[in-house]
Design a protein around this ligand. Structure first.
Ligand SMILES: C[S@@+](CC[C@H](N)C(=O)[O-])C[C@H]1O[C@@H](n2cnc3c(N)ncnc32)[C@H](O)[C@@H]1O
Length: 304
C-alpha cells in the first residue's frame, strides 16, 4: 500500500528532485514551489530533498481570509488524534490576511495538549512532535516527519567553513555531473568538502580529489570524510565540481579550464553576475533561491 509524502525542496530543485524520486520508482503526483507530493513505492531515500513528511491530513486551501483559515483548520484536524505535545511549522504561497503563526496557533489550539507556539521564537522542548503544514494554493497539507532530524542535516557534517554549501544543492550538482565508476572528480575550492562527500555517497566507485587555498578548509574536509584525497596531486579530472567563492568574478574559474582543459564536464554553482570563461560551453542552467540569494547551477562542457 503506497504512502503519500510531502517532500520539501530548495526553490529551483523541484524538477531535479522529482526526477530523482521517479527514477527510484516513486510516483510524483504534484509539483508546486518548493514542494512535491509523492506516492512512495517503498522507503523514500532522497539526497536532493530538504525534508520529507508523511501526510496525515489535507483540506482545500482556505484562500486568503482568517475565517477561511479557521474553517480549513477545523476540517484538517477533525480526524487527527491528539498528541502528547506538539509544535507546528507552517508555510504558504501567495498573499494571505494571516501569518504563518496564525496558522500554527490555529492548529495547535485545536490539537495539542500541551502546544508549543513558535510565535515568540522559543524552541519547543525535545520530544515534541512537530507538525508541518503547507498551503500550496490548492491544498492545505499536514504532515509529520518520519525521522528525527531534517533530511538536509547530514550526519557526516562535523565541521563547516564560511560559505559551506547546502547539502541537497551539492547532491543535485553531483547528480548533474553524471559521475561514473572509475571517473576522477576534482573540486578545486573544496571548502569543508560538501560537494565531493555528497558525490561519493551517490557514486562510491569514482576517485575524489579536493583542494583548497585554506588549510583550515582542508582540515574541516578531512574531519567530514577522511576517506577522500584532500589536497593531493590529482590526475586529469573527468569531472569538476565547483563552488567558487561568491563575489569572485572569475579568475578562479578561468584558471580551471586552462589547467584542466581535458575535463569532460564542469558543474558549478555561480553567484548572480558570476560567469565561466569563454571556453566553457554552458549546456544547462538551473536557477535557485537559497537563503535569500539567487545563484544558479551550470553544467558546462569544454569546446564548441
Ligand atoms: C564557497 S567555499 C566552498 C564551500 C564548499 N563547497 C563547502 O560546501 O564546504 C569556497 C572555498 O574556496 C576557497 N578558495 C578561494 N580561492 C581559492 C583559490 N584560488 N584556490 C583554491 N581555493 C580557493 C576558499 O578557501 C573556500 O574554502
Amino acid at each position: 500500500m503506497p504512502s503519500d509524502f510531502l517532500v520539501r525542496t530548495v526553490t529551483g530543485l523541484e524538477d531535479l528532485t522529482a526526477a530523482e524520486l521517479t527514477e527510484a520508482g516513486h510516483r510524483v503526483a504534484d509539483i508546486t514551489k518548493r514542494q512535491l507530493i509523492v506516492e512512495a513505492a517503498g522507503p523514500l531515500d532522497t539526497r536532493l530533498a530538504d525534508d520529507v513528511f508523511t501526510i496525515r491530513a489535507s483540506a482545500a486551501d482556505p484562500g486568503h481570509t482568517r475565517a477561511g483559515l479557521l474553517r480549513a483548520v477545523a476540517e484538517l484536524t477533525a480526524h487527527l488524534a491528539p498528541e502528547p505535545g506538539i509544535s507546528v511549522t507552517a508555510s504558504f504561497t501567495g498573499t494571505r490576511n494571516f501569518s504563518r503563526y496564525d496558522i500554527e496557533d490555529a492548529i495547535g489550539g485545536r490539537l495539542g495538549v500541551p502546544y508549543f507556539s513558535r510565535r515568540h521564537g522559543t524552541p519547543p522542548p525535545p520530544g515534541t512532535t512537530d507538525l508541518r503544514v503547507t498551503l500550496d494554493g490548492k491544498v492545505m497539507w499536514l504532515g509529520v516527519r518520519p525521522h528525527q532530524a531534517p533530511l538536509h542535516r547530514r550526519a557526516w557534517r562535523k565541521a563547516t567553513v564560511v560559505g559551506s554549501l547546502h547539502p541537497p544543492v551539492a547532491a543535485a550538482m553531483a547528480r548533474l555531473a553524471d559521475i561514473r565508476p572509475g571517473h576522477v572528480v576534482l573540486d578545486p575550492c573544496c571548502g569543508a568538502g560538501t560537494l565531493l562527500i555528497e558525490a561519493r555517497i551517490q557514486e562510491p566507485g569514482a576517485s575524489y580529489h579536493g583542494r583548497d587555498l585554506d588549510p583550515k578548509a582542508i582540515q574541516a574536509a578531512r574531519e567530514n570524510d577522511p576517506a577522500i584525497a584532500w589536497r593531493t596531486e590529482e590526475r586529469n579530472p573527468d569531472r569538476i565540481l565547483a563552488n567558487p567563492p561568491w563575489g569572485v568574478r572569475l579568475p578562479a574559474v578561468e584558471s580551471f579550464s586552462r589547467t584542466w582543459p581535458e575535463a569532460a564536464r564542469l558543474v558549478a554553482i555561480l553567484a548572480e553576475g558570476q560567469r565561466l570563461d569563454a571556453r566553457w560551453r554552458v549546456v544547462q542552467t538551473h536557477p535557485l533561491t537559497v537563503a535569500g540569494r539567487h545563484p544558479r547551477i551550470v553544467v558546462a562542457l569544454i569546446g564548441k
